[in-house]
Design a protein around this ligand. Structure first.
Ligand code: CP
Length: 306
């Protein structure tokens, strides 16, 4: 079998992205299909997670597969000095697929290079989170009936937020206009702006999170300031509550606006937004189950037709 890892969202063409979204739709209609009978899948989480790990594990369970793995690397032999390479080679002896989250940028690519079994990147440092991006695209498509020509406003920690990096690259297939709202310390890294420039994708950068920006958005993608990526916690303290979306700020927003957030949230969306019909972040997380079922099947070469 050809090894088909998903490490970066750029590993998938536009057609492959759309294929995953079509399959996710089939899983949403029926998430209980025994297509992973006889398969064993590892979830190796070197960093904390609620949604990503539990939705991947639910996906496997609903598809009839078995799960091994860990959610706390401190219980593993990595604490004795075992390298990531040795860990991956060992686990690949036991399973058909490895789903891994790691705190280091590039760890998933490295794992995919040393592993004889496919790897799904469940987030590597501040680099990429491709399965989140595919569920974000599925959520955008469901709520907008299109992925084309949308005004996507990304707010918060655009420096360390791996979800916005992956989403920017994926949306580049669909002629978006981006607005990046971030304080100076957390602005979108140059490499992603160069990426947009090369593809002719328009973007504007903002320091203030104003109602004028909100009123132009089709998708408002809020993000948490990533405390775990700061080396100096004093710097985190300065920016931790930089933007909070409140319900009153949505009064003039477009009817089709939907508010997304990869979650967990801390203070960036006030609880009074939750009852607004434009709040979509909990449904977005639910879409993760169907999308991750589709990703697992694609990586393992399992076709779902109806
Ligand atoms: N969105 C996301 O990655 O959430 P978790 O960290 O809880 O997995």
């Amino acid at each position: 079998m050809k090894k088909e890892s998903l490490v970066s969202i750029t590993d998938y063409s536009k057609d492959e992205i759309l294929e995953v979204l079509e399959t996710a739709k089939l899983f949403e209609a029926n998430p209980n299909r025994r297509v992973l009978e006889g398969k064993v899948i590892a979830t190796l989480f070197f960093e904390p997670s609620t949604r990503t790990r539990l939705s991947f594990e639910t996906a496997v369970n609903r598809l009839g597969g078995r799960i091994i793995g860990f959610s706390d690397a401190s219980t593993t032999s990595s604490t004795k000095g075992e390298t990531l390479k040795d860990t991956i080679i060992m686990v690949s002896n036991y399973v058909d697929l490895i789903i891994m989250r790691h705190y280091l940028d590039g760890a998933a690519r490295y794992a995919s290079e040393v592993s004889p079994k496919p790897i799904i990147n469940a987030g590597d440092g501040s680099n990429q989170h491709p399965s989140q991006t595919l569920l974000d695209l599925y959520s955008i498509y469901k709520t907008q009936d299109t992925l084309e020509n949308l005004n996507i406003t990304m707010v918060g920690d655009l420096k360390y937020g791996r979800t916005v990096h992956s989403l920017l690259m994926a949306m580049s297939h669909f002629r978006p206009t981006f607005h990046f709202v971030a304080p100076e310390e957390l602005k979108m890294p140059d490499e992603y702006k160069v990426y947009c420039d090369k593809l002719g994708i328009p973007y504007e950068e903002h320091r203030d999170f104003t109602e004028d920006i909100i009123n132009r958005a089709d998708i408002l993608y809020m993000t948490r300031v990533q405390r775990e990526r700061f080396t100096d916690l004093m710097e985190y303290e300065k920016v931790k509550n930089v933007y909070t979306l409140r319900n009153a700020m949505l009064a003039g927003s477009k009817p089709n606006l939907r508010i997304l957030h990869p979650l967990p949230r801390v203070n960036e969306i006030a609880y009074d937004v939750d009852d607004n019909p434009k709040a979509y972040y909990f449904e977005q997380a639910k879409n993760g189950l169907y999308t991750r079922q589709a990703i697992i099947c694609k990586v393992l070469g399992i076709k779902i037709t109806d």
